[in-house]
Design a protein around this ligand. Structure first.
Ligand code: F6P
Length: 324
């Protein structure tokens, strides 16, 4: 592999708290190793358009505590086509970038995997998504902050739920995965958790809700947005029809889960990932994702992270089952 002198870093897909800490770590580790570091703004869209700026040590001062991403992000349709990727590659060559670090989730890594097959450019992935749904890593950047945001919100909702003896269906993010719902559900002491990974939960849940309603007890049900039974609002409507006497409300937490200052855990994990990503490049690695397994940094082939499915933690499923 040619000697690496200039690297690019960008964020892609949904923003996640802690992305800035990763950008900071990549920039500073790169500079400390004598590299020039460039920020590609607005993800693959900015790569196609050549929206690329030099990052200095001081550019990344005062950002570790900020949510969102100073480089901005995008979901880019044009990059899905061969022509879009060719344009992106031309820009990387124009700026003489020797390698790129992508901070994002599944879709961002799919793009990187395809591009690195078509063009000779090393990609290293840093997992950044609040969904925590990436194979090969126990944690993704932003997951811990999102969990804490959900817990904080549900604790507040619980005050109203118990004051009015109501049933609340609270929808949390997770397009295809229940990681946020499962872990935050345990942390909130939810009476029900509906996630795509667990089938046939609704029948059991309805029995429990009916029993609790008879005793004038409130209930909180966390619903992952990708659950097979539908969105929280649909589940609530169906349940209301079946049990007209229930006092039911629905809350969709939505994008508040993606914002806010990252937790200490996300800041430290993002910093570890950023340092490890630059180290990996200097070690001639390519097409890998940096991950965390049992609190150790690991390297996972990028194509595996997109091909393989991450299972929800069985122990947590059991805990939820016992404690509900
Ligand atoms: O991929 C992360 C995620 O937060 C999903 O859980 C959610 O469905 C999606 O992003 C929402 O994306 P957008 O902000 O583009 O609507």
């Amino acid at each position: 592999m040619e000697e690496i002198k200039k690297i690019g870093v960008f964020t892609s897909g949904g923003d996640a708290p802690g992305m800035n800490a990763a950008i900071r770590a990549v920039t500073r580790t790169g500079i400390r190793n004598g590299l020039e570091v460039f920020g590609i703004r607005r993800g693959y869209q900015g790569m196609i358009e050549g929206d690329i700026v030099k990052l200095e040590y001081s550019t990344v001062s005062g950002i570790i505590q900020q949510g969102g991403t100073i480089l901005h992000t995008a979901r880019c349709k044009e990059f899905m086509g061969v022509e879009g990727r060719q344009k992106a590659y031309n820009q990387l060559k124009k700026f003489k970038l020797d390698a790129v670090i992508v901070i994002g989730g599944d879709g961002s890594f799919t793009g990187a995997t395809i591009m690195s097959k078509e063009h000779d450019i090393p990609f290293i992935g840093i997992p950044g998504t609040i969904d925590n749904d990436l194979y090969g890593t126990d944690y993704t950047i932003g997951y811990d902050t999102a969990l804490n945001t959900v817990v904080c919100a549900v604790d507040k909702i619980r005050d109203t739920a118990s004051s009015h003896d109501r049933i609340f269906f609270v929808e949390v993010m997770g397009k295809e995965a229940g990681f946020v719902a499962l872990r935050s559900g345990i942390a909130c002491g939810a009476e029900g958790i509906l996630i795509p990974e667990l089938k046939g939960q609704l029948a059991r849940l309805k029995k429990l809700l009916a029993e609790r309603a008879r005793q004038n007890k409130s209930s909180i049900v966390l619903v992952a947005e990708g659950d097979d039974e539908g969105r929280a609002i649909d589940i609530a409507t169906k349940t209301q029809k079946e049990f007209p006497k229930f006092d039911i409300r629905t809350t969709i937490l939505g994008h508040i889960q993606r914002g806010g200052s990252p937790t200490a855990f996300d800041r430290v994990t993002a910093s570890r990932f950023g340092v490890a990503a630059v180290d990996a490049l200097l070690d001639d690695q390519k097409s890998i994702m940096i991950g965390l397994a049992n609190n150790e940094i690991v390297h996972v082939p990028l194509n595996k992270t997109v091909k393989l499915h991450k299972e929800v933690n069985k122990e947590l499923l059991e805990i939820a089952d016992i404690l509900i």
